[in-house]
Design a protein around this ligand. Structure first.
Ligand code: UTP
Length: 295
């Protein structure tokens, strides 16, 4: 078990084909959710769990992603000259968030391959993985619970969400057994994107993981699986099936999650988050009610 601070890895090198053409020249993790790119919410979530060292895995179109976490002297001096301190603060927020590093995934060979690219940065310590297009509402802390669960068990910890059985084919699905801990299950098997009739349960793997470093050795030898990609789920399945390994546990999440890589969920996320905000909610909510009445 670790006493070193955790590092976080955020894979953001996927092709984002569901969002074309918006993602032709921009990673989907940079799509704005109200007024911040999705990935900024994810970085903020990691820092709120106490993680200060973050590695982002980037692919093609890397520049606008890394630029977002850099300072922009021209823009900043312009806002300073105008005395617009509020906007200046917004610009500087993403620069001061954390110690952010980048590494390239040469080719998008899958999430497992992207995580393997973090090996030399992470070293021999457990680490967190947060998917850059999967937002967890800050009012429902999930990662903090998962980190604590890892400290307690030393196991790989995944996040599970109960989904409609008709949607399980879009996720990894988990076969689970109860444990004594409230909201925590032991994962005995995992299947990537199963057909509804083959799914071991309707508990879907969502984009938060706390992984022991032994995952890297498994990923090294994991063959391409579903979609011809090296799947993190397949490596976790091997870990779950190994009686001598650290094991895999699932934290069942019952809070608010927004999948910004999917167009419909992305639209829902913006409406929900904006309706809750003090600066936009009071105008948006009555407009939305009126609009909904016309549907
Ligand atoms: P997804 O399957 O949701 O991303 O991967 P995608 O392939 O970009 O999306 P579509 O289906 O084509 O629209 C889950 C996460 O893993 C990252 C993605 O950026 C996303 O955060 N990923 C995926 C990588 O970093 N590299 C890969 O090779 C694949």
């Amino acid at each position: 078990m670790s006493s070193k601070p955790f590092k976080a890895v955020i894979p953001a090198a996927g092709l984002g084909t569901r969002f074309l053409p918006a993602t032709k020249a921009m990673p989907k993790e940079m799509l704005p959710v109200v007024d911040k790119p999705a990935i900024q919410y994810v970085v903020e979530e990691a820092t709120q769990s106490g993680i200060e060292d973050i590695l982002i895995i980037i692919g093609r179109n890397k520049n606008n992603l890394s630029n977002h976490f850099d300072s922009v002297p021209e823009l900043e001096s312009n806002l300073l000259k105008k005395g617009d301190r509020q906007r200046l603060q917004k610009v500087q927020e993403s620069t001061d968030l954390a110690d952010i590093h980048f590494v390239r995934q040469g080719e998008p060979k899958g999430l497992g391959h992207a995580v393997l690219r973090a090996r030399s940065h992470v070293g021999d310590s457990p680490f967190a993985v947060l998917l850059g297009d999967d937002l967890i509402d800050e009012r429902d802390p999930l990662l903090t619970t998962m980190l604590a669960e890892h400290e307690r068990t030393g196991a790989a910890i995944i996040a599970l969400l109960e989904v409609d059985p008709d949607h399980i084919h879009m996720y990894g699905a988990a076969a689970v057994e109860p444990t004594d801990a409230e909201g925590v299950v032991r994962v005995s098997a995992l299947v990537e994107k199963p057909a509804k009739e083959d799914a071991p349960s309707n508990l879907a793997v969502i984009g938060r993981y706390v992984l022991p470093p032994s995952i890297f050795e498994i990923l090294e030898r994991t063959e391409p699986g579903k979609g011809g990609e090296i799947q993190l789920t397949d490596a976790l399945q091997e870990m779950a099936a190994d009686p001598d390994g650290p094991g895999v546990y699932g934290v069942v999440f019952r809070g608010r999650r927004y999948d910004t890589g999917d167009r419909l969920d992305y639209i829902k996320a913006i409406v929900q988050l904006a309706a809750d905000r003090e600066d936009l909610g009071p105008d948006l909510r009555p407009w939305f009610k009126e609009f909904a009445a016309t549907l």
